[in-house]
Design a binder for this molecule. Structure first.
Ligand code: TRP
Ligand code: ZN
Length: 513
């Protein structure tokens, strides 16, 4: 099923400096600013670390107003995201040298102040491997310092509640993997490819590896990247390719601009830089399918798999409603990554990609991307549904009997205490990506039997349709299901989604299964 087995397996493979043993957990040495620092710091920033190794820059400022919190308030990852503001758009302009793994960039962040009083200081999330040289807030130089994975900004003048926030950050460094992300499950961030390129993927953390960000899914934003690389390297990202207003690059360089113009969470943004080949097609309504295939012998296999993209989108749209984005496609990295990721419009795939994985990641475009979780404890809204999607696909295209699948699977796991130990909701930090993949689809099918075909079909379609562009909680989903079903389902939901043991009668045999 999708990335299930792989997700629980080994760490993602990374090649080159970011995979070099021995740098894990080291801090940046200020005297060697260009050292590969992929292992430095953690995704959660300053916890338990020495004082920042990165020198402060700018004036020793007194903040003109209160400081925004260093985290957005998600208890699973206390330093993920930030307080005091929200972001509407990121605009990243970068130059990348694959040979040196050297990135230099300017990122513009536009948003607004959400703090109840004057905001005198705020954080952005940025891994310490990115050395900041300048920060401007509303065209004026701001003081700043880097403290672990927190970029602490003190604007010259405080910002009033509701005011527009406009930040421009200049920085450079050697991007790498972020350690300490989803505890144990996986890292995330900037990975090198066998062919010397790079690809970004990670959940819950990846964006802070290469741009300053409010790194939490509760803050959705549009995203544009303008990347300049030496020829013949190419760049692909989410959304649509734009050519208007792209400044002609210096000789021997090429510039690519991609824009994800429908807001998404930052872990759903990516960039893939390689000597890949591309294929362009269209959905029946004309929206573009753009996929990239890693250089090498496997590209043919990936192209065959990708040829089903339009059909998969059509089958999923039949269940979930209109496809929510401007374009679609995939990034077939050919790398032995430990995971695939549902990056918006263009999921990132590993070398073990198969049709079920593509169905899973494309299902996320509705469940996870267009509609996002407000807190990581509610990740079942993404993964339980995306893991059910390949079953819907097989039911539709090869007539798989899902009741039989469910009964057989339940027989196998009913007596396995370990299988039921991790609940699907509020499973605990570091446990988000485990039971949701196998117990999740069993619970979703049980729900289908419990509420019946018509109500289930309504839930599958209306939830993403009504909540497009919003962040949601599991409680809100349960309330919606109960509303559609016309009755209280708290016993059922507690048994199947929150319980730590196999559901007991009467919930063990939903719809008489
Ligand atoms: N959400 C990814 C999927 O659809 C899986 C995943 C879990 C993941 N943890 C991750 C991806 C960490 C990248 C990094 O299967
Ligand atoms: Zn998934």
């Amino acid at each position: 099923m999708g990335g299930t087995a792989q997700t629980q397996g080994s760490l993602p493979t990374s090649v080159g400096p970011s995979g070099t043993p021995g740098v894990t957990g080291t801090r940046t040495d200020p005297s060697t600013p260009d050292l590969p620092v992929s292992g430095s710091g953690t995704a959660t920033g300053k916890s338990g670390t020495a004082p920042s190794a990165t020198p402060s820059t700018g004036r020793a400022a007194d903040p003109d107003g209160a400081a925004g919190a260093a985290g957005i308030g998600d208890p699973y990852y206390p330093l993920a995201g930030n307080g005091g503001y929200q972001v509407d758009s990121y605009d990243v302009t970068l130059t990348y040298d694959p040979a040196a793994n050297r990135l230099s960039a300017r990122t513009a962040v536009e948003g607004s102040v959400t703090a109840p009083g004057r905001l005198g200081r705020f954080d952005l999330d940025l891994q310490p491997s990115m050395r900041v040289s300048q920060v401007q807030v509303g065209d004026t130089d701001a003081a700043f310092r880097q403290d672990g994975a927190e970029l602490v900004v003190t604007p010259a003048r405080g910002l009033d509640p509701g005011a527009a926030l406009s930040v421009v950050v200049d920085y450079a460094g050697q991007p790498g993997e972020i350690r300490g992300g989803t505890a144990g499950a996986s890292g995330g961030g900037w990975y090198r490819t066998d062919s010397g390129g790079a690809v970004v993927a990670g959940e819950p953390f990846s964006a802070s590896a290469w741009y300053p960000v409010n790194e939490h899914p509760a803050d959705l934003a549009t995203f544009t990247v303008t990347a300049t690389v030496p020829t013949p390297w190419q760049v692909i990202s989410g959304g649509v390719r734009l050519t208007d207003g792209v400044v002609p690059p210096p000789a021997g360089m090429a510039t690519f601009r991609w824009a994800q113009r429908v807001p998404v969470a930052s872990y759903l943004t990516t960039v893939y830089i390689d000597r890949f080949s591309t294929e362009v097609g269209t959905l029946p309504d004309g929206r573009l399918i753009v996929s990239a295939f890693a250089p090498g012998s496997e590209a043919g296999r990936y192209r065959k798999l990708a040829a089903d993209t339009a059909r998969i989108v059509e089958v999923l749209a039949d269940h979930f409603g209109r496809y929510p984005f401007e374009a679609v496609g995939g990034i077939y990295t050919g790398q032995p990554l430990a995971f695939a990721l549902e990056t918006a419009t263009r999921p990132v795939y590993a070398d073990w990609v198969d049709t079920d994985t593509i169905v899973h990641e494309l299902a996320h475009q509705w469940y996870g991307d267009s509609v996002a979780v407000q807190r990581w404890r509610d990740i079942c809204l993404n993964e339980c549904l995306a893991s059910y999607a390949p079953l819907l696909w097989h039911e539709d295209v090869d007539g798989t009997d899902l009741d039989r699948w469910w009964t057989g699977r339940m027989k196998a796991v009913a007596g396995d205490a370990r299988f039921w130990r991790t609940p699907l909701v509020d499973m605990g930090p570091g446990r988000e990506f485990s039971s949701v993949y196998d117990r999740g689809p069993l619970a979703v099918h049980a729900l289908r039997k419990e509420i019946g075909e018509a109500a289930f079909a309504t839930v599958l379609r209306e939830w993403p349709t009504r909540n497009a562009g919003r962040t949601v909680t599991f409680e809100a989903w349960q309330a919606f299901v109960e509303q559609v079903a016309g009755r209280d389902l708290s016993g059922f939901f507690d048994a199947w989604f929150r319980g730590r043991v196999v559901p007991s009668d009467p919930y063990r045999h939903p719809g008489g299964l």
